[in-house]
Design a protein around this ligand. Structure first.
Ligand code: SF4
Length: 413
């Protein structure tokens, strides 16, 4: 049964799947061009420091890496330059320009320091940048700046957001969810709706780097948050990062909607869900902009290269597969033990190994590694008991309705 978007009659697919072999080439490549950053964010994966590491990939090595990424195409993978703060690299504009000239759709994740000026945003656009991602971890300067460890960041983020939109850059807003800001999510959603963004990307904290010191939400709260995101996602284009079981939530909600069965009861949602949904009111009923999740995961469509050239299945999975200084990126992605193991779903363990949603979801391999030391273990943030969803046949049918995607309109997955 095809899903339709409200009364607009559009076919609504449950999950997207790249039409190419994810064992041969990634869907998205993220390169940490430097780990230097002038902020000291509470959740920083990289525990970034102000000074650049002299061991960073050189400009020549950087160009070689960009060539290797472009060689995965066509279509070229989505390409994100991150940090640290990528603006701390003096050759940033050259790198953007070079990557763009090689046909890569380039996105950038800068930090909102005084270096991020509207003039620089315009220069980046001229150099070929396609999209800018900005962190918004609170709806006000009090909450956001508390997360970032310094004042003035929220205001600079809004200024960069405005400048990006004015010069035609797509904007992705990134929000990391922790106990500290969980109940602020409806107000952040409102901000994203009012200011406009291509995507609202909600990160589920992985306890690595400085993030070890932040209080995580519980698995039950995570169910409530993900169901809230499904509701908000009917109007905003929502995606999750290190929250792969959002794909399971989307499938469950779509199945229940088709049957007209109340989701709160079946999915055993708690008071956090009710508080978040109430906080969202009034919320427009449409247009139905829900972004269809894509079937990729760490090492399966996703590859991360550190500032030193080490290759990881995800930026939050600290174990490495090798170094681009010693082996070609394609070889590490296609043949390294870590990447091939992660693409073999039969190797998943615990509840993820027994789960009927594993093909779509697979859990956060980064969180499993960070919290158990085993990247194949079950995702500790998922509350699902495999086999407990009462309409498995509906899920099978929905999974069969996948749109394959060779090229992707949005430059960030
Ligand atoms: S048990 Fe694992 S595979 Fe199943 S929904 Fe949860 S995280 Fe995903």
């Amino acid at each position: 049964m095809a899903e339709t978007a409200g009364n607009q009659g559009r076919v609504r697919f449950a999950i997207r799947r790249p039409s190419f072999d994810l064992g041969q080439r990634p869907f998205i490549v993220i390169w940490e061009i430097t780990r230097a950053c002038d902020l000291a964010c509470a959740h920083c994966r990289a525990s970034a420091m102000p000074a650049r590491n002299p061991g960073e990939l050189t400009p020549e090595e950087s160009r070689s890496l960009i060539d290797q990424i472009a060689a995965f195409g066509p279509p070229a993978p989505l390409f994100v330059m991150t940090g640290g703060d990528p603006i701390k690299r003096p050759d940033l504009l050259d790198l953007v320009s070079y990557a763009s000239s090689r046909g890569l759709p380039v996105s950038l994740s800068p930090s909102a320091t005084p270096l991020l000026t509207p003039a620089l945003v315009r220069e980046l656009r001229s150099a070929g940048l396609v999209a800018l991602s900005l962190s918004v971890d609170g709806s006000s300067s009090e909450i956001h700046d508390a997360f970032r460890g310094i004042g003035g960041v929220f205001a600079r983020t809004l200024a960069a957001w405005e400048a990006a939109r004015e010069c035609g850059l797509k904007v992705q807003v990134n929000t990391t969810v922790a106990k500290l800001n969980m109940l602020d999510l409806p107000r952040i959603a409102r901000l994203v709706l009012d200011k406009g963004a291509m995507t609202w990307s909600v990160f589920f904290l992985v306890p690595v780097g400085r993030g070890i010191g932040l209080r995580q939400i519980s698995p039950e709260e995570c169910e409530d948050v993900m169901n809230f995101l499904y509701d908000a996602g009917k109007v905003l284009r929502v995606k999750t990062t290190e929250g792969h079981h959002y794909k399971r939530v989307v499938l469950q909600r779509m199945a229940l909607e088709r049957r007209g069965v109340p989701h709160e009861e079946v999915l055993n949602l708690g008071p956090t869900y009710r508080a978040l949904v109430e906080g969202l009111q009034p919320w427009p009923a449409g247009p139905n902009e829900r972004r269809t999740p894509i079937e990729i995961n760490a090492g399966r469509g996703f590859v991360f290269i550190s500032h030193l050239g080490t290759v990881h299945p995800s930026g939050f999975l600290t174990a490495e597969a090798g170094s681009v200084r010693k082996a070609p990126l394609a070889e590490l992605y296609r043949e390294s033990r870590m990447f091939t193991e992660l693409r073999d779903l039969a190797k998943l363990q615990g509840r993820c190994g027994a789960c009927e949603f594993a093909r779509m979801c697979g859990g956060s391999r980064s969180r499993a590694h960070a919290m158990t030391g085993n990247h194949l273990a079950e995702d500790p943030l998922c509350a699902y008991a495999p086999g407990s969803f009462p309409f498995p046949g509906d899920i099978e049918e929905l999974i069969g309705k996948r749109r394959t995607t060779e090229t992707v309109a949005a430059p960030m997955a």
